[in-house]
Ligand binder design. Sequence first.
Ligand code: CAO
Length: 416
Amino acid sequence: MSKPLDGIKIIDFTHVQAGPACTQLLAWFGADVIKVERPGSGDVTRNQLRDIPDADALYFTMLNSNKKSLTLDTKKPEGKEVLEKLIRESDVLVENFGPGALDRMGFSWERLNELNPKMIVASVKGFSDGHHYDDLKVYENVAQCAGGAASTTGFWDGPPTISAAALGDSNTGMHLAIGILTALIGRDKTGKGQKVAVSMQDSVLNLCRVKLRDQQRLDRVGYLEEYPQYPHGEFSDVVPRGGNAGGGGQPGWILKCKGWETDPNAYIYFTIQGHAWAPICKALGKPEWIDDPAYKTAEARQPHIFDIFATIETWLADKTKFEAVDILRKFDIPCAPVLTMKELANDPSLRASGTIVEVPHSVRGSYLTVGSPIKFSDLKPEVTASPLLGEHTEEVLASLGYSQQEIFNLKEIQAV
Ligand code: CAO
């Protein structure tokens, strides 16, 4: 079956997570993604957090499916020559090296544009060009701190907290994928390539948009009525950490269910939608709350919202998280069990939808990974194994016109 990105050739000069997440997505949708890796070692994640000796780590396999691997020492003149050939016939180059690394290698934007004016050059950096921190190397948690996520995550009486979700890495990769696809559509109109840059700080901040909303509301009125600090606690002049409070206009919290004393994940998230107050009262067996002036409106409920949550927890005490959700869903209440990775890995719905997939691998046996979260009516992305280091070196070099002898020579001088 043909795929929308068939025929788009991408030089994947990425490593760790942010860049590989982007190119993996494009590979699922049909792009020919050639991962360029340093001979002998390759992407550092091949070796990080290994669970099977001598097999590529899951960190690598889960971010590099559907790609080819070409080993190439791009600091050697012979390696540079191969890369130049590849650049001349590719559509996109994606990189997430530390600041200045590509320039030092001799492949500045100007040089790349000269080699192939139609090529899109896409980069991830920690901070945007010209930012006062643009010389910094950045990993996930650094970005979460710099992008406003850490100062607004966690509980008010604890330290700034990092989210387990890869807001800095994979999220930035997704932003970059959107930028690349936009530039490809732009190229269809202009015939020209362009530079696409996404910073991890900006991508985190983009997801923290509602917190910037809250800062401005706080500046204006001095309080934030949906935060647990309202109305009994104090507000300073910065957006506080709100624990598990709902971020929009719907109060919500994580509530204990049966078994919470021994199971750290026996919880549900419960949302109190304003217009769903009557069904909530019915579900909880509290019909008298429906018209009680102390409960009837969101404004009346807010001062004692935690007493309401405590009442709901009493109702939950003899129900597992799954039983509770099965009851509450009948009343149209937005809620979900707090699911563990083990539960998600074995969830039949996620297996059926291709969100969790099992991928055969020649060295590991098989492994689980997250498939495409984007579903199409005319495309079913198939996830294939990540490549072994240099698995496609000969194939790619031959496609560039190198003879067997020339490939042998490149290997001899360890340029590939
Ligand atoms: N052949 C020869 N050299 C190669 C090569 C190849 N195929 N591929 C990479 N290299 C070289 C680069 O030229 C560079 O060399 P110099 O520093 O001498 O110029 C070096 O390898 C890579 O440097 P780096 O700064 O990218 O790597 P690092 O491990 O020191 O830093 C990271 C890693 C992620 C902090 C940094 O790359 C970075 O800040 N990237 C941008 C932000 C980013 O994407 N972070 C997210 C990572 S996911 O958590």
